[in-house]
Write a protein that binds this ligand. Structure first.
Ligand code: BES
Ligand code: ZN
Length: 629
């Protein structure tokens, strides 16, 4: 492109696009204040309706390249603005069968948001084709060499889109306020299988070519792909597990209850609208326990605990098929609408399958986490971060991924349920999902809906404003208790008071006597004043550091650091080097950083140097923030 025309275009575009997008509000007559601060897209002028991806996945070059073909809404706009970050844009054309090259400008890059991509169009332009490739700066994609997979034979790649990483592997209007359908033609090495958040193949094709369709409208953050040596195991009529062959049998056992979970969820809040519910167990580097990509939840192998004790994550991701994927937060400031509802719904699924006692145990653990988060945020002088409705302007949406959105959000809904009664509350929620299906919703719109559909008709006086817009936890928060957890806390107190819990009637205490979450409460109840010898003795009997599932290891290692028990370092290092799931490593790195013993931070940095290539960008940036800031 000639420099002169580029400058003209830039001038024109900067004038034309100075304002941020406003809501294309679905309720006529209402003017919505909602703006997505985390996207440059001008969706109120012109927006993508359908995206077709023509892509090639090159493992040697670690590059995705091809064309993003955007089919746009009817508009008089002369510019379309997309979000891009770390992408190389090769050329852009407009038109379908007869493509013509058009001018474009990539605006200044913001460290968090990336850049606006301004594309010159003519009024009425329907197709915009962006020819591009990913680069080493692409944040969404994890490229794994064969050594980091279970088989150690084939390489693997996967993407993570939420919250604003999709723009680093697809040039797109990357805001949850816009929903699109998508299709894709993807070419991969012929010995690998490609799967997406769309309809999926059940086995490899001989050519390495795959076609995908996602016919339901979804926000950009839910577009995802995984490519590797992957096999499929059906677990029911409409569900199953993709994994590397080595995990296939273990997965089939661990996730046996998936069909029952789907049935329970449908009974609670209405039809499952995505036809198929599969999960894919990715390599250990996947930065989350689970990610609710529609039709294909992405999950971490740490879920395979061997005893089905961590399937809450599956219930959680399934629940997102309603809260989050069907009814989506408008902006990342409204993230609690995705996660708070999902934690609430997840707990209801768990109650249906495993009973109220189990569900209460989970809720009490969540309350502990919430109390800790509230205390930390208050102490750090960040009480504004304890509001459900956030203000993440100029901050990364990742900053909102805290226990507030998840657990304060869930406790808000539990308190509403308590006040309104379960029957009324369930009817309300079911109608909420039905009436907002395939739409996005802001906190303010939700508050209006809550008032008009639940509170006013039932004359309920409720401190909604305090719950959503004020710091801390309101006094009327329901108090959930669990006698089983109280017993574990009592046992921990006995240890703290010097009692030998392996003597007397408890002499043959074994780990299998209690479920994961009970032991979690036990470990959390132990004082950091207990001796190293006590820890070692407990560990000899109960094997938290070497044999327990990783949820317990995470608790145990944090305590070990706080107690100054370095004997667990070999196992702790094995964990930190293997696992990239952020919540399973950041707490340990944080404990090492906070330790009074300066050697802990030195050791943490050494381990991190060895481990970092095994982590996805998301985990790397969090851990670097902890260790180096
Ligand atoms: N959607 C989240 C993961 C996420 C949130 C990714 C924000 C990027 C930005 C997912 O549903 C989630 O919450 N996963 C949890 C599961 C847990 C709460 C049961 C996880 O990974 O641990
Ligand atoms: Zn979630």
């Amino acid at each position: 492109m000639k420099l002169v025309s580029l400058m003209c275009l830039l001038g024109l575009l900067l004038f034309g696009c100075a304002s941020s997008p406003a809501d294309t509000n679905r309720h006529s007559g209402e003017v919505s204040e909602t703006r997505d601060e985390h996207s440059y897209a001008n969706i109120n002028e012109i927006r993508t309706e359908h995206l077709h991806l023509d892509l090639e996945i090159d493992f040697d070059e670690k590059r995705v390249s091809g064309v993003a073909r955007h089919q746009m809404s009817k508009s008089d706009a002369d510019t379309a603005v997309f979000d891009v970050k770390g992408l190389q844009i090769d050329k852009i054309t407009i038109g379908k069968s007869n493509e013509k090259e058009t001018d474009f400008v990539i605006g200044e890059a913001d460290e968090i948001l990336g850049s606006p991509l301004f594309v010159k169009i003519t009024p009425g332009t329907e197709f915009i084709n962006i020819y591009y490739q990913t680069t080493k700066e692409t944040e969404a994609i994890d490229w794994l060499p064969a050594e980091l997979t279970a088989s150690k034979i084939h390489p693997y790649m996967y993407t993570q889109g939420q919250a604003i990483l999709t723009r680093s592997w697809i040039p797109i209007q990357d805001t949850p306020m816009n929903r699109i359908t998508y299709s894709a033609d993807v070419k991969v090495p012929s010995d690998l299988l490609a799967i997406m958040s769309a309809n999926n193949p059940k086995e490899k094709s001989s050519t390495g070519e795959y076609h995908f369709e996602m016919k339901q409208r979804i926000p950009a953050y839910l577009i995802a792909i995984a490519v590797g040596d992957i096999v499929y195991n059906s677990l029911g009529d409409n569900c199953g597990v993709y994994s590397e062959p080595a995990y296939a049998d273990d997965c089939a056992f661990e996730f046996t209850d998936m069909p029952k979970m789907i049935e329970a969820a449908e009974n609670l809040y209405g039809e499952y609208r995505w036809e198929q519910f599969d999960i894919v167990i990715l390599p250990y580097s996947f930065p989350f326990g689970g990610m609710e990509n529609p039709r294909l939840t992405f999950a971490n192998p740490t879920l395979i605990a061997g005893d089905q004790s961590l399937v809450t994550v599956i219930a959680h991701e399934l629940a997102h098929s309603w809260s989050g994927n069907l009814v989506t937060n408008s902006t990342w400031d409204d993230f609690w609408l995705n996660e708070g509802f999902t934690v609430y719904f997840e707990n209801r699924i768990m109650e249906e399958l495993y009973g109220k006692e189990t569900a209460d145990i989970l809720a009490v653990i969540e309350r502990q986490e919430l109390d800790t988060a509230l205390e930390e945020m208050e102490n750090d002088g960040h009480s504004e971060d304890t509001h459900l409705k956030l203000h993440l302007h100029d901050r990364s949406p990742d900053d909102g991924m805290t226990d507030i959105a998840y657990n304060k959000g869930a406790y808000f809904l539990r308190t509403l349920e308590h006040v309104a009664g379960r029957e009324k509350f369930d009817t309300f929620l079911r109608n909420y999902f039905d009436s907002h299906a395939f739409e996005t919703i802001s906190t303010e719109e939700f508050v209006n809906y809550l008032d008009s559909e639940l509170l006013e008709p039932n004359s309920i006086d409720f401190n909604v404003e305090e719950w959503i817009y004020q710091p801390g936890l309101p006094n009327n928060c329901v108090n959930i208790t669990s006698s089983r957890l109280n017993r574990m806390i009592k046992m921990a107190e006995d240890v703290n008071n010097g009692k030998d819990i392996f003597m007397g009637s408890d002499g043959d205490l074994k780990r299998s006597d209690f479920i994961t979450q009970e032991w979690q409460a036990f470990i959390r109840g132990l004082s950091t004043d207990i001796s190293i010898e006590t820890m070692i003795k407990i560990d000899e009997k109960l094997h938290f550091s070497d044999q327990a599932n990783r949820q317990l290891k995470v608790e145990w290692y944090q305590l070990a650091v706080r107690v100054g028990n370095k004997s667990v370092r070999p196992e702790m290092k094995e964990h930190l080097v293997l696992v990239g799931r952020r919540w399973y490593i950041e707490r340990i790195y944080q404990a090492l950083k906070d330790s009074d013993d300066p050697d802990d931070l030195v050791w943490a940095k050494q381990v991190y140097d060895e481990a970092k290539n095994n982590y996805h960008f998301v985990s790397k940036s969090t851990i670097e923030e902890i260790l180096y800031n």
